[in-house]
Every structure is written in C-alpha cells, then in structure tokens.
Design a protein around this ligand. Structure first.
Ligand SMILES: [Zn+2]
Length: 294
C-alpha cells in the first residue's frame, strides 16, 4: 500500500450541531466497558492460547469482574454499554447474558479483538461479520455501537461499519463532543462518541509478565479522573470511560471506580447515558439543527 503522507487533516472536523444535553445537564458521562476476556491476550497473539496463566488475566472477566461490575451498576442505579467481542459472548454466554438481563447495552468489539488493519481489509471486515454473528448466536442481539479493538480505525472500516448498521462508534480521541463521521457511498457515517485516553483503566491497572508496567493506585488515579472529568464538565463535553472488568473489576480498582462514579452523580447536572442514548440524542439535535428556519 502507498501511504499518502501529504499534509492534510486526516479526519477533517465535520459540521456538528451545537450540543445541548438533555434535562439541562451541563455535560455527559458515557460509561463504556470493554469485555475483552481472553481475547485481549489471544487476539493479536494466537500463541498465548497455550499460555494459561497469561490468558487467566482475561479469565477474571467471567469468574469475577463482570459480576462485580454489574453489582456496582445496580447499586448506583446506572446503565452502561458493554463492548463485547463475539468470542467472549460464545465462550462465556452465562456471564454475558447477565449483562443483558441487567438492562445494559451490548456493543460490537470485534470477534477476536484483532486490531483493524488497513492492509488486511478482508480479515478486518471478517472480524466485523463474525462479531455480529456471534453476538446474535450467543445473546440474540444486533448491536448498533462499535468500539474498535485495540482502538484503531480507517476510512474503509468506517464505511463498512455504516453499511453494517453501526450507528455510532466510540474509539477516536480527537474531540470532547460527539460528531458524525463523513458519509461514504451516500450512507451517513456513524456518530462518534470520542474517548479520552485518561479514562482507559488499562493504562493504570494492568501489568503482566510479558508487558510489565507500573501500576497506579487511588492517589494517582482518582484525582486524575476527577480533575479531567471536572474540566470536561466545565467545557460541556462528554466524558467517555474505557474500562475493562479484568482491570476495574479488581477489588481495589472497583472501589476507585465506585468513588469516581459517586462523585459524578453528586454533581446533579451530568447526563449519564449509554452509547445508544447519546447517539439517539445526537441524531435528534442534528435533525433539529437541519430543520429549516420559519
Ligand atoms: Zn478491548
């Protein structure tokens, strides 16, 4: 592939309507969990399937993490979006069914958590198709939201997602407001609910034998999350969380997350919504903005 390195915006800023959040809220919080389970360890490194201890990081999801996260959501009366790879849903149907039964949204997160690769389009599109099939087979759902495994994307994939019925994506890091991706082949691109890498718990709470990293506890993580949230709130944006049950479902981290969510709830003027609710709202605001003036 020839790489076009000419100077130009690689994701040109679209026209987006002035966002007014529901119920007079000043900002929004989108609680997104990535239920990677073992796929985080085998998707991009198939030989790990024979390393039971390495993959046991992911095994925490079905044994403990998902249930503890659902317990927390119930306690705080919150609804979240769980981006679930197809492989996870097939391997751990009982744990994933509990997510659905608790009234949360299931999103698409690939099949085996393979990072989308522009030089391997067929394999990338196959991940999308197999993800849909597996979620249908295991849980009977067809998701409308997508978060890219390992957080990567490109124009052909955005167009494929739109054609496949994906109405929103939550992977990009280039804004604090939702926006719509450019049209492809006459089909409107998905709405983007951009993420903030400061809210990816993997950065602070996951270390393994093969990629040892420093771990950060409450004193580092909670003030960082609160400060970043408060500033985003003041700017009227959306705070998007990128959480993993195998990280934030761990005992100490579960309490950090609980304290952070209680802080947000105590503000009283934050709209806490699932990805689908935010996409629906964006589309409503978009329709109103496009309504001709009388
Ligand atoms: Zn993931």
């Amino acid at each position: 592939m020839n790489h076009d390195l000419s100077p130009r915006p690689l994701n040109p800023a679209p026209q987006a309507p002035q966002m007014i959040w529901p119920n007079g809220s000043r900002s929004a919080l989108f609680i997104g969990f990535d239920v990677d389970a073992e796929t985080a360890w085998i998707g991009n490194n198939a030989s790990n399937v024979d390393r039971m201890v390495t993959t046991s990081h992911g095994g925490y999801d079905a044994r403990v993490g998902i249930a503890k996260i659902l317990e927390l959501m119930d306690e705080l009366e919150l609804k979240a979006t769980f981006f679930t790879p197809g492989w996870t849903a097939l391997a751990h149907p009982a744990a994933c069914e509990k997510i659905l039964k608790s009234g949360h949204e299931i999103g698409h997160h690939g099949y085996l958590h393979k990072m989308p690769d522009r030089e391997r389009l067929e394999e990338t599109f196959d991940e999308i198709d197999r993800g849909f099939e597996a979620l249908q087979q295991a849980l009977g759902v067809r998701p409308i939201g997508y978060r890219a495994p390992s957080g990567e994307n490109f124009p052909e994939l955005i167009a494929y997602l739109a054609k496949s019925g994906i109405r929103y994506s939550s992977s990009f890091r280039d804004d604090i407001m939702p926006y719509r991706h450019a049209c492809a082949d006459g089909i409107p691109g998905p709405v983007e609910i951009p993420v903030n890498f400061a809210f990816d718990d993997w950065n602070f709470g996951m270390s393994s034998r093969t990629s040892p990293r420093p771990l950060f506890g409450r004193d580092a993580v909670l003030p960082l999350w609160i400060d970043e949230f408060e500033a985003t709130h003041a700017w009227g944006g959306v705070t998007t969380l990128v959480l993993h049950p195998q990280v934030s479902g761990r005992p100490m981290r579960w309490h950090i997350l609980r304290d952070f969510l209680r802080h947000v709830q105590a503000k009283g003027d934050v709209w806490i919504a699932t990805g689908q609710m935010i996409a629906d709202h964006f589309e409503k605001v978009e329709r109103q903005a496009h309504r001709p003036m009388r």
